[in-house]
Write a protein that binds this ligand. Structure first.
Ligand SMILES: [Zn+2]
Length: 426
């Protein structure tokens, strides 16, 4: 079936069975009958707001008897958004999750260390690992039941081979390991890889964590609404699952979409039954390019820059927080775990670096080189402080047990971020 025929099937089904989308498209004067590719290009975008308006089941396109699971996106504040899936949807997402180059098999023990509560993330990996014949250690998010001392015990005693978590967690596990007299790179010999998602990951931070733990990282990209949209191949390149989704790159200024280039990612699922995803704006700015990867896959490559709202300008450069992160970790490769936060005021970056007891002196020796890199690569004038361990990142074991949210590393002045708060307090 051609791409156009697959899209026709998806859109026709959504038009017939999803009253929400039918009403939305009709209100926009775009009725997908008769079908043409030109009609598809005029269908209004689905947004997070549609999901809020459709809560709890307005976007449902099947009978409730066919719904197998209900997920919600993090929604700790504001109105929740629901994501509904049939058994067939789950079957497809588990299959898709195994496209990642980590290559799970019966010999693997997989620590699932992302939230199970309402999000789809943990359930995706939990089911996929079991499907591959691996054993699952279902640790879940940080709670009073899952302090880091317990995570380290699970990693060692069950000889975990693959960890599934946010990148920042690998930094936190390592800090606790060092504080407990363990070396991350040598005292966890069974650990071979980590599949990471849930926050941005720059190439330099990826390398930093790979060297720290002597493992390989396999980023996964997606959301609770869409489940996984792409993952790293065996060569470490992030590819989009283009056989499962139709991807478009939206140039918002020009109002046009194309298959490749830089802009906001727009996705249409070829398979989703319970809740059709048609031209859904992810809110992330990406660069999609044709595959030129040694793995031989025809799936396009993608670089995820960050949320459109987090883009900022320094002189004539357009930057994202991930560019700062990449420069920071690039200058600190080989160091012990280090946490950074920054506040941006014009082209002045006030940067705090927090290391470990044994790693703080080395951070002090790297600051001149980092200052030079920030100026050269990003045009930023940096004011760097190396703060004592425990300043931003509590070392208190009780606080380490509180729920963790996505950290915000760079404060841009206009947006109220939560900052680098690794506890539930907001
Ligand atoms: Zn590849």
């Amino acid at each position: 079936m051609s791409e156009s025929e697959r899209l026709r099937e998806v859109v026709t089904r959504a038009y017939r069975h999803s009253p929400f989308l039918r009403a939305k498209w009709s209100a926009a004067g775009t009725v997908p009958q008769p079908w043409s590719e030109e009609v598809f290009a005029r269908l209004p975008f689905m947004t997070k707001d549609d999901l809020r308006r459709g809560y709890p089941d307005g976007l449902l396109a099947v009978d409730w008897r066919e719904v197998a699971v209900v997920h919600e996106s993090s929604g700790t504040t504001g109105q929740p958004t629901s994501s509904l899936f049939t058994a067939q949807d789950i079957d497809e997402w588990l299959d898709r999750m195994l496209l990642n180059g980590v290559g799970l098999g019966p010999e693997d023990v997989v620590l699932v260390k992302t939230p199970y509560s309402m999000l789809s993330t943990a359930h995706q990996m939990h089911g996929a690992a079991q499907r591959a014949g691996a054993a699952v250690v279902p640790a879940g998010n940080r709670t009073e039941l899952m302090p880091y001392s317990r995570v380290l015990r699970l990693l060692r005693d069950y000889r975990v081979s693959v960890a599934y978590c946010m990148p920042v967690e690998l930094m936190l596990f390592a800090r606790r390991a060092l504080a407990d007299g363990l070396r991350p790179g040598t005292d966890f010999p069974a650990l071979r890889a980590a599949v990471v998602n849930g926050e941005m990951l720059s190439p330099a931070k990826q390398r930093f964590l790979e060297e720290l733990w002597s493992i390989r990282l396999f980023p996964d990209y997606g959301s609770t609404e869409t489940t996984t949209l792409g993952g790293a191949c065996t060569f470490g390149t992030l590819h989009l699952w283009s056989d499962r989704f139709h991807f478009e790159v939206l140039d918002e200024a020009a109002g046009t979409c194309s298959a490749y280039g830089t802009g906001e990612l727009v996705v249409t699922s070829f398979h989703r039954q319970a809740m059709p995803i048609v031209r859904y704006r992810m809110g992330d700015v990406v660069t999609v390019s044709e595959s030129a990867c040694s793995c031989g896959s025809a799936r396009p490559q993608v670089r995820v820059h960050g949320r459109a709202a987090d883009r900022f300008r320094v002189g004539d450069r357009e930057l994202f927080p991930i560019d700062v992160e990449d420069t920071v970790y690039g200058a600190l490769l080989g160091c012990e775990p280090v946490f950074w936060t920054g506040a941006l005021d014009g082209n002045v970056l006030r940067l705090s670096l927090e290391g470990t007891d044994s790693g703080t002196a080395e951070l002090g020796r790297r600051t001149d080189a980092l200052t030079a890199e920030l100026a050269e690569r990003l045009g930023l004038r940096a004011d760097i402080r190396v703060v004592p361990p425990g300043t931003q990142m509590t070392l208190d074991r009780r606080a380490e047990q509180e729920a963790m949210f996505k950290p915000v590393y760079l404060h841009l002045g206009r947006a109220e971020g939560r900052g680098l708060e690794y506890t539930g307090s907001r």
